[in-house]
Write a protein that binds this ligand. Structure first.
Ligand code: SF4
Length: 273
């Protein structure tokens, strides 16, 4: 039988597990990672809870770190969570694990790759990929994000990546010489590269850019801007403005799409007024 040697990824996984556990051990009051507060448990092990449940007493307690998988899957309202770093983790649970291995297993379900990225970033070894590098690798319907303007990338990142909608710290830039001019985030989990949600949103913003140039009406609004305004007024008039699902960027009342409109449409409307 051939001897198996740990690969580079295993070495990083082992080192990150030890470093993460040591980081928690050095903070008796706990550490916040995303929306999860992690505390050393007595007499050994770790306790994980939603930060808003730090002092709650009526939680559903599990000793299986894999319970985190189900917890991470749906929002409080039962909607699928396509982006685990969105600030919509549900409450009402506690996971108690006996050791660092269980701790990292649970954290990897809650924030996939979060611990190893946290570790590599602390070590100064996290490799970053800019938007342009990422875009150059895209194919099919996503290839068109290669044509997104720098301003489009900036506004897409402000709408898609800031702490109100994603708790990762955005480390990537537009390209080597163009930094992202956004609030990069206060959290502990680094984001080294545009994720698939961002790429999908960037594709939508590129569609908006194209129609802006060619399809403006007499008052300077594009078809999708008119569509969004109409949907918003209609929903508000019924007293029920509810966001579309998180990754449904084709829907007018998507939260990130609305955040993008605040950056691009509201100034236009105010100026016209
Ligand atoms: S690209 Fe943006 S939305 Fe995606 S994980 Fe990174 S910071 Fe969050």
């Amino acid at each position: 039988m051939s001897e198996t040697r740990p690969g580079v990824e295993n070495v990083a996984a082992n080192a990150s597990r030890e470093a993460f556990a040591a980081w928690i051990d050095s903070a008796p009051d706990g550490r916040l990672f995303g929306q999860v507060i992690v505390r050393p448990a007595s007499p050994a092990g770790y306790s994980l809870r939603h930060e808003d449940d730090a002092e709650a007493e009526d939680l559903e307690v599990s000793e299986d770190p894999r319970a985190a998988r189900e917890i991470a899957k749906l929002t409080e309202g039962g909607e699928y969570r396509p982006l685990k770093s969105s600030p919509n983790l549900r409450r009402g649970w506690e996971i108690v694990v006996p050791d660092a291995r269980g701790l990292v297993t649970a954290m990897n379900y809650l924030y996939p790759a979060g611990v190893v990225h946290w570790y590599l970033h602390r070590e100064g070894r996290l490799e970053l990929t800019s938007f342009r590098e990422n875009a150059a690798r895209q194919s099919g319907i996503y290839k068109r994000i290669q044509r997104l303007s720098d301003e489009g990338v900036q506004n897409a990142a402000r709408a898609c990546c800031e702490d109100a909608v994603c708790l990762k710290k955005t480390l990537w830039d537009v390209d080597e010489s163009t930094p992202l001019d956004i609030h990069r985030g206060e959290g502990e989990i680094p984001c080294p590269e545009p994720c698939s949600i961002f790429v999908s949103f960037a594709r939508r913003v590129r569609l908006f850019e194209r129609e802006n140039r060619r399809d403006l009406d007499a008052i300077g609004l594009s078809p999708s801007e008119r569509e969004d305004l109409a949907a918003l007024v209609e929903a508000a008039s019924m007293g029920e403005v509810r966001f579309a699902r998180e990754a449904e960027f084709e829907k007018p009342l998507n939260e990130r799409r609305m955040r993008y409109r605040r950056l691009t449409l509201v100034p236009k409307l105010r100026q016209d007024g």
